[in-house]
Write a protein that binds this ligand. Structure first.
Ligand code: ANZ
Ligand code: ZN
Length: 822
């Protein structure tokens, strides 16, 4: 031996760790528990560089907590339903499960080689019937509480994937997955009533501040979009014809501007527009609605686009003034926000002003902000100011006028304070095959009948393959007649199963709970275990999940709490977003041809070197540019660390007393600092400190007592333990060489001797006129007087002063003396 060989370490240790069951938690309450979780992978192909980075970070936390003596739960599973498997199955005339489980096996092998410290006995897959049985069970509990319901409404439709999408899956008007522009389609779909939880989702973020990235919290806050204002109801003027619509309610954040409303706008695509329009204007509206359909919400709200719209022929009456205001239909008002209708105040809202200019509608300022009249400038005024042209509100400030206006409206019975949310209910049904079947049976007599709990899971049929799965706009499950046609559980009559499957984000909204007892058969998780582990103490994953997965998981946790099944109200106490792995400053992609193959890197440099490189590249939140890092440099460092252990092992023993004092101090400082740095996720700095310690240890070996010095052994052991967080193979090998039984993962973080942290001396700097003239080695607790005396007596200082008189001496013990000559 004697030569560092990552290949032989990688061949040796996994079996030992397996045998010793090193990474399974005791789960017996003998130690304090901590739960660390990486966002579980999707089984597309083998692991890539992104996995290697994310899992390296999560593993540092997990291994650190284990070294601190916690009982650590660190599980892994697969988010294994979803479109790619289905598309691959169509292409290969296969069943999606074949592709899925083959990929999972490949990834599992790679993860084992990558030596992530997980308890493999807890592995789960969301596409396992043993798992989705409980996804269905939870769906039923939501359904019983009215939190899962079906409604007909215009939904986002991806023409390529031939399925509906949740609002959260539409990014800049396009399908999050394939980039196709999303259209609207009216369909009967299942929803989760996440809007019932909007307030709690927002309020409970307070407890996450400082533990979740600010950016993620800001994104969630914005997505929930709480907006305080009022509902104001206007009576529609009957223009002699039969009245279809009696009233029009708007949501406004600016009830103070009511006197400045000069017209109304309803969303052209809302049913409301059809209810309002008079016969005379019906055709113009219907033509306009065709135009609007093609636009995304982003385009519709763009301030760049010229304003378009049609008059409905109706007027609404301002409850405060009796003024008749024309009602228009336009696309810049969205059908599914607020009430889908607005009172337009062109003087103080730019979009309303643009619209007023385009159609020659009046502009009336009601707030004097000191700026010029918006009717003249074309710029709406939005700042603070004093109310004008506003009857009883005149003279009030904007912030006083808002509640005053609401009070007046409430007295008139025509308005009230209202809090509006941007958040919509979560559309969860999908017209695809490879997902959790919705456990509902539709009976012509009994309506929606849930499948009884003892008949769960509703399994996917296994006789659909290849072409039968191709998207048709309705779920492929509809074609499986023997599966679809069932007896109604209530009346026994002929009935049909629901043929939609659930959004895969449903599967991932509760998997962290399943990990506490993945084999439990009496419920989704063992109630006796779940509160021992939840909430997750550290969650690690990409920022791309800021809204979708993380919001949904928070929602599920709150509902499951409300069901009385869980104490926690938040799933993840702390969140770490790792950066991306780039190559040449750009994300790796096929089209750029800058992909780096993980397997190849592992073959070339070894697992430890790749892991260390990921961690050493910078703080975990930053991107890693593979073109800028040096896995071969990492490999060299690992070999250098490893040789310390070898040298110690082959040196003759000495008595434990003594040892190189400077090295001992450095070792204890390194361990001490590493703790604080690890808590702050400054993993890269810990690695840098280890490098320093390895170099210092080597110097001592090469001089003085050599490897037999007990300070050298102490340093080598500390290196092995701290290094085990980043480079488990090298560390385990060092630990064995140093004469300890496996595993170094359970060695315990080295104890720090506080006496060794006290510095023997510190360098004080002496400046004259701002120039450094001397450096003095002084005791850290030197007094000001002593330091002044020492500085003035110093030869270098005497020389620099050259007899000049001194005006003042400023002393900051123990580090600085500033001499100001007269
Ligand atoms: C009158 C008004 C006067 C308004 C004014 C603003 C300024 P947030 O903060 O996003 O909640 N609005 C309401 N529903 C809308 C919809 N469906 N589509 C487009 N715009 C809509 O914005 C609330 C404001 O956005 C509301 O207050 C309304 O315009 C508009 F000087 O009412 B406001
Ligand atoms: Zn029935």
């Amino acid at each position: 031996e004697g030569v560092y060989s990552f290949a032989s370490m990688e061949a040796k240790w996994p079996a030992v760790w397996d045998e010793l069951n090193v990474f399974a938690p005791l789960d017996d309450g003998s130690k304090e528990r901590r739960y660390v979780l990486d966002m579980f992978p999707y089984p597309s192909g083998d692991l890539h560089m992104g996995h290697a980075e994310a899992f390296a970070m999560g593993d540092v936390v997990s291994r650190y907590w284990r070294q601190l003596g916690f009982d650590v739960l660190h599980p892994i599973g697969w988010d294994s339903f979803g479109l790619p498997a289905e598309n691959a199955a169509i292409k290969r005339n296969a069943h999606p499960s074949e592709w899925t489980y083959a990929n999972i096996d490949t990834q599992a092998e790679s993860f084992k080689r990558y030596a992530i410290s997980v308890d493999w006995s807890r592995r789960l897959q969301t596409s396992d019937p043993e798992y989705y049985r409980w996804t269905q069970w939870l769906f039923k509990r939501f359904h019983e509480r009215g939190l899962a319901y079906r409604k007909n409404s215009p939904v986002n439709w991806c023409p390529k994937d031939q399925t509906v999408l949740a609002n959260e899956q539409v990014v800049n008007g396009a399908c999050e997955r394939c980039g196709t522009i999303v259209t609207k389609k009216s369909l009967n779909q299942w929803y989760f009533k996440i809007t019932d939880y909007a307030d709690r989702l927002l309020d409970d973020m307070d407890a996450l501040k400082g533990h979740w990235p600010d950016r993620v919290l800001a994104m969630q806050k914005n997505w929930i979009g709480r907006s305080e204002g009022a509902h104001v109801t206007f009576v529609i003027e009957a223009a002699g014809e039969e009245k279809v619509q009696q009233e029009l309610t708007v949501f406004t954040t600016r009830p103070d501007t009511l006197y400045g409303a000069t017209f109304f706008v309803v969303a052209a695509d809302a049913p409301l527009a059809l209810d309002l329009v008079t016969a005379e204007h019906a055709e113009a509206l219907s033509d306009y609605r065709e135009q609007v359909k093609a636009l995304s919400d982003i385009e519709r709200q763009s301030t760049e686009r010229p304003k378009t719209g049609v008059f409905t022929g109706r007027y609404a009456v301002n409850p405060l003034t009796g003024e008749k205001l024309p009602v228009w239909a336009a696309d810049y008002v969205l059908a599914d926000y607020g009430t889908g209708a607005i009172m337009a105040v062109p003087a103080h809202d730019q979009r309303d002003l643009d619209f007023a200019k385009a159609f020659g509608l009046p502009v009336r300022a009601v707030l004097d902000t000191g700026a010029e009249d918006p009717a003249v400038t074309g710029t709406a005024t939005t700042g603070e100011g004093t109310l004008i042209n506003s009857g009883e509100l005149n003279g009030l400030s904007k912030s006083d006028a808002i509640p005053a206006a609401i009070e007046i409206l409430e007295k008139l019975g025509t308005g009230e304070k209202f809090v509006n949310f941007r958040l919509r209910d979560w559309l969860l049904s999908r017209q695809r095959f490879w997902g959790t079947p919705i456990p509902i049976i539709h009976c012509p007599d009994c309506g929606e009948v849930p499948v009884p709990d003892d008949q769960l899971p509703v399994r996917l049929p296994d006789n659909l393959r290849g072409e039968a799965l191709s998207p048709k706009g309705t779920s492929p499950l509809a074609a499986a007649e023997d599966w679809v046609n069932v007896a109604c559980p209530k009346c026994g009559g002929a009935a049909k199963r629901d043929t939609d499957t659930m959004d895969t984000f449903v599967d991932s909204s509760w998997y962290f709970l399943r990990f506490v007892s993945p084999q439990f058969t009496e419920g989704p998780f063992d109630p006796a275990k779940v509160n021992d582990w939840m909430p997750v103490g550290q969650y690690v994953g990409g920022v791309e999940h800021a809204i979708l997965h993380l919001l949904y998981a928070r929602f599920f946790t709150k509902v499951i709490h409300d069901l009385g099944l869980l104490d926690a109200t938040e799933p993840f106490s702390a969140l770490l977003n790792q950066g991306q792995v780039l190559n040449g400053g750009k994300a790796m992609s096929k089209s750029l041809g800058n992909g780096v193959d993980l397997g190849e890197q592992l073959d070339r440099y070894g697992v430890d070197a790749v892991r260390l490189t990921m961690v050493f590249a910078g703080p975990p939140e930053d991107d890693v540019d593979w073109a800028d890092v040096s896995p071969s440099g990492s490999a060299k460092f690992l070999a250098r660390a490893w040789r310390l252990a070898r040298d110690v092992a082959s040196a003759p023993g000495t008595d434990a007393a003594g040892g190189d004092a400077a090295l001992r101090s450095l070792t204890h400082h390194t361990v001490h600092d590493a703790k604080a740095l690890l808590e702050g996720h400054k993993f890269n700095v810990v690695v840098a400190k280890l490098m320093e310690l390895v170099n210092a240890t080597r110097k001592v070996i090469d001089s003085g007592a050599g490897a037999a010095d007990p300070a050298v052994r102490e340093a080598a052991e500390a290196v092995a333990i701290v290094l085990s967080l980043f480079a488990p193979y090298t560390a385990e090998d060092m630990w064995e060489t140093l004469g300890h039984p496996a595993s170094v993962a359970n060695a315990g973080f080295p104890a720090v001797d506080p006496a060794l942290l006290v510095e023997a001396s510190i360098t004080a700097i002496v400046q004259i006129k701002g120039k450094v003239r001397a450096r003095l080695e002084v005791a850290p607790d030197i007094s000001e007087d002593d330091l002044r005396e020492l500085a003035l007596a110093s030869e270098a200082v005497q020389k620099a002063l050259d007899g000049a008189a001194i005006r003042t001496v400023i002393v900051r013990a123990p580090k600085l003396v500033n001499i100001v000559p007269a």
